[in-house]
Design a protein around this ligand. Structure first.
Ligand SMILES: [Zn+2]
Ligand SMILES: [Zn+2]
Length: 143
């Protein structure tokens, strides 16, 4: 998919081709997440859309619709809060890039270029199916 199109065109096209109805609220939701370089909580997305008078329940419903349509991924990174982010073209099928969570400030960063080696992937199968890779530590702003 071509991301150089105007963002709204890209969002509309993405929503339409997933078989969902294109609504201003869905386009705005996707637009916010496209411009975020880290996963966002429902609260953060609602906050970003507050100018548009989209209520939190609508935001929540739209986020979940976009997850069901495989446009967004929903992750829980150890603090019992769901975060939403775009599924990147570069992500391997069914497995997301790892995330780095700062134990001091709670910020979450996408580690897009970090991946398990093939050997690590096959070794991990002894334990189960990995759905989330999480690294914790002190971010550069805190250490
Ligand atoms: Zn930090
Ligand atoms: Zn991410």
């Amino acid at each position: 998919m071509n991301r150089k199109q105007r963002p709204n065109d890209w969002a509309k096209e993405t929503i339409r081709s997933a078989g969902l109805r294109v609504t201003p609220a869905r386009v705005a939701t996707l637009d916010v997440l496209q411009h975020s370089d880290s996963p966002m909580t429902h609260g953060e997305v609602s906050e970003a859309l507050s100018d548009m008078n989209i209520d939190k329940a609508t935001v929540f419903r739209n986020l979940n619709d976009l997850v069901s349509a495989n446009i967004l991924r929903r992750s829980e990174l150890g603090d019992h809060v769901w975060r939403f982010e775009l599924i990147q073209d570069s992500d391997q099928e069914h497995s997301a890039h790892p995330h780095f969570v700062c134990v001091d400030c709670g910020s979450v960063s996408c580690m897009e270029r970090v991946e398990l080696t093939k050997r690590s992937q096959s070794l991990s199968l002894h334990f189960g199916r990995v759905t989330e890779i999480l690294l914790r530590g002190h971010c550069n702003n805190c250490s």
